[in-house]
Structures are given as C-alpha cells and as structure tokens.
Design a binder for this molecule. Sequence first.
Ligand SMILES: Cc1cc2nc3c(=O)[nH]c(=O)nc-3n(C[C@H](O)[C@H](O)[C@H](O)COP(=O)(O)O)c2cc1C
Length: 254
Amino acid sequence: MIDTNALFKLTYGLYVAGVKNGAKDGGCVVDAVMQTTENTLVLCCGKTTQTHDWIHETKRFSLSVLTRENAPSAIAAFGFQSGRTADKWSCVARRTIDGLPALETAAAWLTCRVTDSRDLGSHTLFFCAVETAENGKSEPITYTEYRAELKDETLRAFNAMKGKKKMTKWRCRVCGYVYEGDSLPDDYVCPVCGVGADEFERVEDETPPKKEQRVCSVCGHVYDGETPFEELPDDYVCPVCKHPKSAFVKKTVG
Ligand SMILES: Cc1cc2nc3c(=O)[nH]c(=O)nc-3n(C[C@H](O)[C@H](O)[C@H](O)COP(=O)(O)O)c2cc1C
C-alpha cells in the first residue's frame, strides 16, 4: 500500500524557478529540487507546465529560495496559475541575474544550466550545473512548514491578487469585440469577425466597474478586509464604533 501522508514526510525546500524565453519571462514554484554534488542539482518538472517547456528549450533557469515572509505571495503568483494565462512577474518585486528573472527577496539565489535530462513520463528530471550562487540574509522555508502553516494565507494572497488585478482590454477595429487579458497573443483571431491581432487596438482609460461595498450604518466605516464580508465570523464588530456585523449595509460605488 502507498500512504501519501508518508510521502509528504519527505522534506523539501520551496523555490521559484525563473525562465527567460526570448523577450518573455516565466517560471513556477517547485519543491522537487535536490543538490547532487558540490555544484550540481536535479530539478523535476511536470510536462504540463510552461516552465518545463521553456527550461527544455532554453536550458537555463534561476532558483529563488523562498522564505516564510515571501512564500504566500510567491506561491500564489507562481504556483497557483500558469504563465500561459497570467503575467506572473507583474505580481512580484523582481530582479535580474545573468539575464534570468528572479525574486527581489529570497533566502538565496542560484542560476543553473541544464546539462542532461531524463524522461520520467509525466515529468522530466533535469540534471543541472549551478552557474552562480548568492546567499541572502533570510532563512529558507520547507514544504512541510508551508503545508502546515501557510496554506490558508497563500490562498488569501491569491484571492487578493486576483481581486486587485486590472485586466487590459483590446478592441477589434472591425467589429468592436473586446478581448480582456494580460496580453493579446500574436496569433489571436477575433471570435466574431475573424480578423487577426493586428486589427486590435488597446483600450485606454476604461471607466472602473461598479463595486459593492459593506458600510457600517452607524459610523460609516467601509469594510476593506481581504476576507469576503459574508465569510467574517458572526461576532465580527465594526473596528471603529464596535457595532455588530448586522449594522453593515451594502452600498454600490463607482
Ligand atoms: C507548493 C508547490 C510546489 C510545487 N512543486 C512543483 C515541482 O516541484 N515541479 C513542478 O513541475 N511543479 C510544481 N508545482 C506546480 C507548478 O508550480 C504549477 O503547476 C504552476 O502553475 C506552473 O506554472 P507554469 O505553467 O507557468 O509553468 C508546485 C506547486 C506548488 C503550489
């Protein structure tokens, strides 16, 4: 029998692997990294990820070693969404090491070159030479600590990030159809009239959408916490006038 809880007791670190493919930056969260000799390591990457394909193609990547402080936001940005649909690096503070994107804050930073690889079916095991290694001041976090202590905070960080994210819009000059996303793919075709991406223009200065807020009917305090108002505990009170949750009313702004 295989008890997966036993496998979770194998200990790992947590990293953001950063990749550059032409002018585009990508990367994802990985835990399957192991140092193999003084200056070599292996990285195991799932074949469905964009990071896998780009490492396979470019043979280079950075590793930013995650800390307790940056793990929730870094995992939300790099582990919960794919670079195929999101511009991950716009969600975090970043630096560049030898041309590769990396997190601005980390316990340490490495850059690696792939020297060999082995096909494992669903994953590829990349054998790598460490090209640069820079130590930081913070301590690294382990996967076990993340699972035990930071999963909820990471989910909250992800929801907050998604809530804040402002999508860019492009309008088709021919039929007026509006595409929303981080970027307009070069090979995009208008689903209404069939023209290509070069017939789309970026829409500037859209009026912000109307937003529903919860306002304390007693003192006017506007709730702006990350937890949806409905999910607050029943004993939540207004932080200003201490009236109960039931004193809050819905108000539409914008
Ligand atoms: C805590 C955590 C650890 C992960 N470890 C790995 C890993 O070791 N290897 C891997 O290929 N994917 C791993 N992933 C999954 C990728 O980070 C995830 O699929 C990501 O969205 C891929 O993004 P991409 O398509 O932009 O490359 C992990 C995700 C999380 C949240």
